[in-house]
Design a protein around this ligand. Structure first.
Ligand SMILES: [Zn+2]
Length: 124
């Protein structure tokens, strides 16, 4: 998950520090996230799920399905891309995908709208 396209990362009240941020600043649902709290990740000091022998596990598949259906992105595709190309090319690709065509602002996956001008790039 690229937190740079998440609306909770940009909101003013209860601004999320990002999935990998400090727990105390996260909302309960993020704190309790089963992916962040995955024992495999913690025990192996993994950075990405593709380092896990269980990929794709059931919880990752469920999350991926939810995001593909509702939020115009795939966690599994992102993981594949990062594994093949590295994190920098991924972020570059993301920047293009989520850029507002009208004002170059940031479009978030939750809602599919530009944070700056409100242009609807992805319809839900
Ligand atoms: Zn815009």
């Amino acid at each position: 998950m690229n937190c740079g396209i998440c609306k909770y990362y940009y909101r003013e009240k209860m601004k999320c520090p990002g999935c990998r941020g400090e727990d105390e600043n996260k909302s309960k649902s993020v704190r309790d996230c089963i992916i962040i709290n995955c024992d495999e990740i913690k025990n192996n000091n993994s950075e990405f799920c593709f380092e896990c022998s269980n990929i794709p596990c059931k919880r990752l598949k469920n999350l991926d399905k939810r995001y593909r259906t509702k939020y115009h992105m795939s966690m599994l595709e992102n993981l594949d891309f990062i594994k093949e190309n590295g994190i920098e090319p991924f972020l570059e690709k993301e920047k293009q995908k989520w850029k507002c065509p009208k004002c170059d602002g940031i479009v978030t996956c939750h809602g599919g709208k530009c944070l700056n001008c409100g242009f609807e790039k992805y319809k839900n």
